[in-house]
Design a protein. Structure first.
Length: 356
């Protein structure tokens, strides 16, 4: 790391103006803009993320307190105003930042491929699907009404287990059911998708199957199926059975007419029995259980971003402003991850953010 420059400016160096401008031009982000172009809007919000500021007013005050440093930090704007930054978040199309985040995702995934503790030897790509709810104040965010007199938004995420980097995300109102996330995903042939039972919908599972991808999903207690065949299992490993089944319920069978594999596993640590359904008949039964156990990685990711990024307190009240802030938060995480790898920084993410 260059000790003669601001650390923030070294992160700004990782923001490709070419890629950012492509995203901005796609949605006419700088059209009729006289002050605070989209690049400086993004950088100011990233500054707020890294400095853990609670409001746009705090961001503006901090940036304007050091006018001589703005250029060296990477900003073109000479003076920030609260009204301009607030309007930018309120009205500029948030999809610019989603597309730019997608660019950073692709860049980070290349750097972190196989760079984790994923010990299962598989050539397949392995993804975990899950969502997390971000609570909002009902009085301020009435458009996001959820339940029990509260408001919330939901971040649906596809996490690449071979790098612990999100490969895709979607921001919706919290009322949106998790299973709807499957309708917009493009499933990668031969990839394995791991899901909790909230995603179990046989019509959608069959879509994954017909696209030559694999799924591992927890079965519901109400599952009605006919056992066709049973494989021998070593019960000392925790396995209880490994079966080939067909669905018995009329509509379930109509939506998924092919055979399925059902694996039961007993987890001694939690004293819990788990039953999994998969369309993968190649990997071993214990591998099915081991893969599902890696779901906890996405829970750690959600916990980390909630603790260390500014997505619990929001700087704007519209859905556009909320989605803008979440996209910039994820982009900030990715830029720090890219910097960590490219500069060979040995410290963990938490320590890097503390230094920043």
């Amino acid at each position: 790391m260059n000790q003669d420059r601001y650390i923030f400016s070294q992160i700004v160096d990782l923001v490709s103006d070419y890629e950012l401008n492509k995203c901005v031009q796609k949605y006419s982000g700088n059209k009729r803009i006289k002050n605070l172009d989209c690049r400086d809007q993004f950088l100011s919000l990233m500054f707020g993320q890294l400095t853990n500021l609670n409001s746009l007013r705090g961001i503006v005050l901090c940036l304007n307190a050091h006018p001589n440093a703005l250029y060296h930090l990477g900003f073109k704007t000479k003076k920030f105003t609260l009204s301009t930054l607030s309007r930018a978040n309120q009205f500029r199309d948030w999809r610019m930042w989603r597309d730019f985040t997608d660019h950073l995702i692709a860049k980070a995934r290349k750097l972190y491929v196989n760079d984790n503790d994923f010990s299962i030897e598989l050539e397949n790509s392995v993804y975990v699907l899950d969502s997390t709810i971000i609570d909002l104040c009902l009085a301020t965010f009435k458009w996001a009404y959820f339940e029990l007199k509260k408001s919330a938004v939901k971040i649906h995420t596809q996490l690449d287990l071979k790098g612990n980097i999100p490969s895709f995300f979607l921001i919706t109102k919290a009322k949106t059911h998790d299973v709807n996330f499957l309708d917009i995903l493009e499933f990668e042939p031969d990839a394995i998708y791991i899901m909790d039972r909230g995603y179990l919908d046989f019509e959608r599972m069959y879509t994954i199957h017909t696209q030559k991808a694999f799924f591992i999903v927890r079965a519901k207690d109400s599952l009605s199926a006919k056992r066709m065949y049973s494989n021998n299992v070593d019960k000392t490993t925790g396995l209880r059975f490994d079966q080939t089944i067909r669905l018995k319920h009329f509509y379930s069978y109509k939506h998924y007419p092919e055979k399925l594999r059902r694996v039961k596993y007993y987890d001694a640590e939690t004293d819990t029995n788990y039953v999994y359904l998969t369309n993968n008949f190649i990997i071993s039964a214990i591998t099915v259980a081991d893969l599902y156990r890696h779901r906890w990685q996405i829970e750690l990711f959600f916990k980390w971003i909630k603790q260390h990024l500014k997505i619990q307190v929001f700087w704007g009240y519209s859905f556009n402003a909320v989605k803008t802030q979440i996209c910039v938060a994820i982009s900030t995480f990715l830029l720090v991850a890219i910097m960590k790898k490219q500069l060979h920084i040995k410290r963990n993410f938490y320590e890097i953010l503390q230094i920043l």
